[in-house]
Design a protein around this ligand. Structure first.
Ligand code: MN
Length: 251
């Protein structure tokens, strides 16, 4: 008998996330599941790690750890300490809210998956329109996880999935598009009369980018975007022709 695969589940919405719970339970049909998630919501912390204070892990139920750190801390400790063997897959989510276009740079959900990919483990991130049907989204996650365990993707790749509220049978394979936010950096005054800033306006839509993640969810479909961890610009492996830097030479 072959051993069941081990799936490490993380997220950035924290241990109380209904999307995470639905996903972790559903993955139990497929694999042994280890849950390593922040003890509270840590959305939009990107790939931050905690280097200057202790991290504590509390096992809330067998195999479900709430950790006093970031999503990447959770995956790091999960792989190196809490897992009994190397996980076969890292699955992050289901996040409440899309992670489209440039969101992938800010997202803790995507970062948790990226940490798995950087450590050579296949990884996927799942995000859904707020208030969506998490059970249906979890079923898609299980189908995709099962497929990823069977078919090897190129190394250091993350599949970034965005699901609409009502999950359709159809999905699209997409590229990153552009999500548009209302820019906001307000200055306000606290009750003691000192100025503070409040940043981050609401999303207002997606740019028209053919074949993009935003276009897919705007069409009511699930989007699957392959992301590579190598951010090198392959269009620019040489400096542009005629490009010089005063006083310095290209070696
Ligand atoms: Mn989140």
């Amino acid at each position: 008998m072959t051993a069941r695969p081990l799936v490490l589940v993380s997220n950035d919405d924290g241990i109380d996330s209904p999307g995470m719970a639905a996903l972790a339970r559903a993955l139990g049909d497929l694999a042994d599941v280890l849950v390593c998630v922040p003890e509270r919501e840590r959305s939009a912390v990107s790939h931050a790690i905690t280097l200057h204070k202790p991290l504590r892990a509390e096992e809330r139920q067998p195999g479900w750890y709430a950790i006093s750190g970031t999503p990447v801390d959770c995956v790091y400790i999960g792989i190196l300490r809490l897992a009994q063997r190397k996980p076969d897959l890292v699955v992050s989510g289901i996040n409440s809210g899309f992670n489209l276009g440039s969101d992938v740079f800010y997202s803790g959900t995507v970062a948790a998956a990226a940490e798995g990919a950087l450590r050579g483990i296949p990884a996927l991130a799942l995000s859904q329109a707020p208030g969506g049907d998490v059970e249906a989204a979890a079923r898609f996650g299980v189908a995709l996880a099962s497929s990823m365990l069977k078919y090897r993707l190129p190394a250091r790749t993350v599949l970034n999935v965005n699901l609409p509220e009502d999950v359709d049978k159809r999905f699209r394979w997409t590229r990153l598009g552009e999500r548009i936010y209302r820019d906001l950096a307000e200055d306000r005054e606290d009750p003691r009369g000192r100025k503070y800033y409040w940043i981050g306006g609401p999303p207002v839509g997606v740019a028209d980018v053919a074949g993009s993640d935003g276009e897919a969810v705007r069409d009511g479909l699930t989007s699957v975007t392959p992301l590579r961890m190598d951010l090198t610009s392959y269009d620019l492996l040489e400096p542009p022709p005629g490009w010089t830097l005063d006083g310095f030479d290209v070696a």
